[in-house]
Structure formats: C-alpha cells, structure tokens
Design a protein around this ligand. Sequence first.
Ligand code: UDP
Ligand code: MG
Length: 312
Amino acid sequence: MKLGIVIPCYNEEEVLAETKKHIEKLINKMIEENEISKDSFICFVDDGSKDKTWDIIEEFSKNSPNFKGIKLSRNFGHQNALIAGLMQLKDSVDALISMDADLQDDISVIKQFVAKYKEGYEVVYGVREDRSKDTTFKRATAEAFYKFQDFMGIESISNHADYRLLSKKALNALAEFKEINLFIRGVIPLIGFRSCSIYYARGERFAGESKYPFKKMLFFALDGIASFSIVPLRIITVIGFFIFLFSLFIILWILCEKFLLGSTIQGWSSVMISIYLMGGIQVMSIGIIGEYVGRVFQQSKGRPRYIIDREI
Ligand code: UDP
Ligand code: MG
C-alpha cells in the first residue's frame, strides 16, 4: 500500500525540522514493518509562506526521496492548501493522510489509520478526544461551533479537524466537489463510503504560534455554516412571517386608538422601539442573505482554488 502524507504549512520554519524528524522515523518504521510501500512519501504544501519554509522543504526533498514539496503561488489559506495537496497527489497513491505541521495531532495513530484502511475503510477520521491542551477559548468556541452546526442541521464529526485518511476512491469523490468556500471537514461526510473514527489526545503546538487568529477562525466558521445550510435563510423567513402577523394586531390597535378612543398623541417609546427593532432585524437579514449571495458570486466566477508555483 502506497501512503502519502499531506502537510500544509504557512510560516512554519520553526516547527518543520522537528516535524520531519518525528514523521520520518515513523514512516521508516512502517516501511520496515512492511505496513506501507517503500515509495510512500510525505509532501509539504507551502501555502505562500513569507519565511524560510520553502527553502527548508527543498532541503528535505534533496536529502531524502520520501519527501516532496508543493509551493503555491501565494497564501490561499489552510483549506485550499490542503485541497491542492490532496488533488495533486491523489493519482499517485492508494491513500492520503492530511495533518497539520505543528504535531498537535498525535502521529502515532497513523498506524491505526492504515490498519483501518486495510480493513476496508475508505475514510478514517481522527477525533480529538481530549482537548485539555487547547486554550480554554479555543475549546469553548469550538464546542459552541459544533453545537450550532448541529442546530443548523449540518452533519459533522465533532472534534474532528483535518486529520484523516482518505482512500483513492474517497479522494476521487472529493474531487467532484468544486466548492470555492471550502470547508473540507464538512464535505467529507457527504461523500459517503465506509468510515470510522480513531480517537487521540490533542497536544500543544510545540513551537511558533497558531496560524489561525480569531478573525480567520470566525470566517472559517462562517464558511462551515453558510456553505452547508440554508437554515439561516429560513429563520429570516419565519421571523419575517411572525413580525407580519404581529403587525396586523398592531394595525388593529392603532385603528382602535384613533377611531374609538381618540387618544393618538402618545407612544414615543413604542415608535422608537419598533424603529430600532425592525431596523436591526432588517439589517441582520440583509446581511445573512448577503452571505449567500456572496457565495453565489464567488462560485459563479469559478476561480481556481489554488495555483501551483513549483513541485518537487
Ligand atoms: N496553515 C496554512 N495556511 C494558512 C494558515 C494555516 O497552510 O493560511 C496551516 C498551518 O501551517 C498548520 C495548519 O494549517 O499546518 C493548522 O494551523 P494552526 O496549527 O496554526 O492552527 P490551530 O492548530 O491553531 O487551529
Ligand atoms: Mg495547530
């Protein structure tokens, strides 16, 4: 079985040497034990890093035949870098494993991934069982996100990020998804096939800092919702309908006030409240609709999700 490991990297000069050391050891051992073929490899995808990341990747591939590299022409973001690696390499392997460069995901479970593949699973999810090493903030926001996704009717695997094995069959299915606002972990359950999860404890990033600042995380979460669910649009419709019903009563009340009771000048507060309330709801609704229109706009342009500069 020929295995490939795809690792997107963005400004990861501080961690690459260490990551290489660990993963090389593991791969060599697996080759020795005949679990994977000799031509299995590790491919780093440089996502337009501004530091020495690409030079380091080049160095690796010069010194060892098991290391490859793909350099993107600029920073396309984690998901696009990952899809670039998966799509470029899928035809030359039996299965690909994707993981982060910072060794936060326990690499010793790769053996179990491969064992599951051999049992006939096409998709093997790595699931973080223990996130105690993550910051409280990251844990809390992640948890809220999974709950919200669930509420929106999106099928997802909680606490699974992008650490997984995909067989060639699964990769070919993934290639059929041409989405621009890519949220890979949301697409994978949609391709079906036999799948299972492997549990592990998530570690700490051992050097450098997270390449996912809060803003990136927020927009990523938005992709994860708006690319998979039209529930937000439905909520707007429902809210609008109830406001409409409510306004019928209000109209009735106003007419009564005017014609039966004759006491109209009053109600500064009710006017103010409704202006602000309605204004808020309208702007929010337009915003949500805009999110979807924006996606249609981006998709209709059909721009490439990644552009490759060099491959080694
Ligand atoms: N990454 C990338 N492009 C980006 C941002 C991140 O390729 O624009 C890579 C990064 O190098 C790492 C992985 O995505 O291998 C996950 O990033 P990180 O570990 O910083 O995220 P966190 O673990 O904090 O969620
Ligand atoms: Mg990380």
